[in-house]
Design a binder for this molecule. Structure first.
Ligand SMILES: Nc1ncnc2c1ncn2[C@@H]1O[C@H](COP(=O)(O)OP(=O)(O)OP(=O)(O)O)[C@@H](O)[C@H]1O
Ligand SMILES: [Mg+2]
Length: 478
């Protein structure tokens, strides 16, 4: 029963506590991963699914409370158990107020910990069952979540309906933010495989040397850090669907192994000899120009043909005409509801502004723009002033730089503006891919993020192109 649960993440800067919690929980059959800081915890949460988080209130770096707020904001459903130093009611109240599901005061008895964790496990199972029920009942409506009435979108929906129930391999090609992930999800949820696992792997987010073992698993001791045997994601997906996102980023040697896997479903774990076989349906997507990648010898042509049994091409938003308006209204409704704000519609001025933008970040960009507008708006309709200036676009069109307004703004303000312009432009050129933008600006990704935060540049909450699974993962998750 516990085997079906994802691991628990324990965040504590004291090694002894980490180890003792881990021992207690593992003794009861839970899988536990530990990290020593909130920062490392957030990174882990981006990479893996956890059914709960246990954190100390006092951590070096970001405090447990700040950590809690961040986790709540991004993974609202993940319960958090906070460990506070002394039994003072004030701290406990603060923990609960910040969103902790429960708290324990040090020192605590093992039973107290197990009891609290047991409750979270129960809750996780209930939520998972509900979600499974919902997907069974609501399966046929899955397509309703793909908004768009333009002819291309209508065709796309037909195509999804037609190919979802088959086992055909699907290749989804489209610009960033056009809904590739949404399509892959719908294909799985509308298939008979929906009762089984849907496993998504972002090939760009996992370091090249770890991707093979992530996919196909490894035997104990097959490489430094392979402390124990690991089941690959393809085995986890047995009977279900695997979605290889950003497949254009996969290395050529691994492409060869994938080709073999596609041919007959067979593979071997890294460092293993046994040939294994699973029944998995494969979906793949990339925002790269795959033909160009083939010409450049970065992508194997034979693999392309194998994957390209059915091809989906979600169109860029700029080619979708009045879908822009439909999507804007859809997101307006969604965010309005989430934020408890009643905004009735979009003023004609704002609509015009939306329709004339080029949308390099496609639906994702539109979604972010509307989210921001809902926050800013204080009338009943979205006004043009609540939308960004899309100034880069406009300025690029004019083909001129508007000179600095010396005398009006301070040097600091001018410098800030200049820095913001440069980062915006780089983001735009790199299609909002943080990794590539950081490279282009010769910054670390971390430094870029920091600057974006400081300059209030908000592109996307979904940062899954982030550097992922780091090698210390294996070391500390034991
Ligand atoms: N037709 C649509 N209707 C509703 N929401 C959409 C639609 N297309 C995309 N979205 C939303 O836009 C966001 C981006 O979509 P998605 O993540 O599927 O893009 P993507 O093509 O995978 O992008 P990337 O190449 O950057 O990974 C998501 O929040 C998704 O739900
Ligand atoms: Mg995607």
């Amino acid at each position: 029963m516990l085997g079906e649960l994802p691991p628990i993440l324990v965040v504590d800067d004291e090694k002894n506590i980490r180890t003792s919690i881990q021992t207690m929980l593992q003794g009861e059959g839970y899988t536990v991963q530990t990290v020593d800081s909130a920062e490392a915890g957030l990174k882990r949460l981006e990479e893996n699914e956890y059914f709960m988080v246990i954190t100390d209130a006092r951590l070096g770096g970001m405090t447990g409370y700040e950590f809690l707020k961040k986790v709540k904001a991004q993974w609202a459903d993940t319960p958090i158990l906070m460990i506070t130093a002394f039994a003072t009611p004030k701290l406990a109240v603060e923990a609960i107020k910040s969103g902790a599901l429960d708290y324990l005061s040090k020192p605590f008895a093992p039973e107290e910990l197990l009891h609290a964790v047991g409750r979270c496990a129960e809750r996780y199972k209930l939520l998972a069952e509900n979600a499974a029920l919902r997907s069974r009942n609501e399966g046929p409506n899955e397509l309703d979540q793909i908004i768009g009435e333009s002819p291309k979108m209508a065709d796309l929906r037909q195509l999804i309906k037609r190919f979802a129930p088959t086992n055909a391999t699907v290749l989804i090609l489209g610009e960033s933010g056009t809904g590739k992930e949404l399509i892959a999800g719908a294909l799985h949820n509308l298939s008979a495989r929906r009762q089984k696992h849907y496993v998504r792997i972002n090939c760009a987010a996992i370091p090249e040397n770890l991707l093979e073992s992530e996919l196909f698993g490894h035997e104990k001791g097959s490489f430094t850090g392979a402390i124990k045997q690991k089941i690959g994601r393809v085995e986890e997906a047995n009977g279900g669907t695997i979605f290889l996102d950003e497949i254009g980023d996969m290395s050529r040697p691994l492409q060869a192994k994938l080709l073999r896997f596609l041919e007959d479903g067979s593979f071997t774990r890294v460092g293993g000899n046994d040939e294994r076989r699973v029944d998995v349906r494969l979906l793949a997507a990339t925002n790269r120009d795959i033909i160009h990648e083939i010409e450049e010898k970065n992508f194997r042509e034979d693999l392309f043909h194998r994957l390209n049994v059915v091809q989906f091409n979600p169109p860029p938003l700029r080619d979708r005409g009045s879908d822009i308006r439909l999507l804007a209204e859809y997101f307006l409704h969604q965010f309005g509801e989430n934020m408890g704000k009643v905004i009735k519609g979009i003023s004609s001025g704002a609509r015009h502004k939306l329709m004339s933008h080029h949308w390099p970040g496609n639906v994702r960009e539109l979604r972010n723009v509307i989210e921001r507008a809902v926050i800013l708006e204080n009338t009943q309709e979205i006004q043009p002033s609540s939308l960004p200036d899309f100034y880069l676009e406009t300025r690029l069109k004019k083909g001129e730089e508007s000179g600095p307004s010396v005398g009006v703004q301070s040097l600091d303000e001018l410098m800030t503006q200049y820095e913001k312009d440069i980062i915006m432009r780089a983001l735009d050129q790199q299609r909002y891919n943080l990794g590539k933008t950081a490279d282009a600006l010769k910054l670390s990704r971390h430094a870029l993020r920091y600057r974006m935060q400081r300059l209030n540049i908000n592109t996307d909450g979904d940062s899954d192109d982030d550097e992922s699974v780091s090698s210390e993962k294996e070391a500390s998750s034991q």
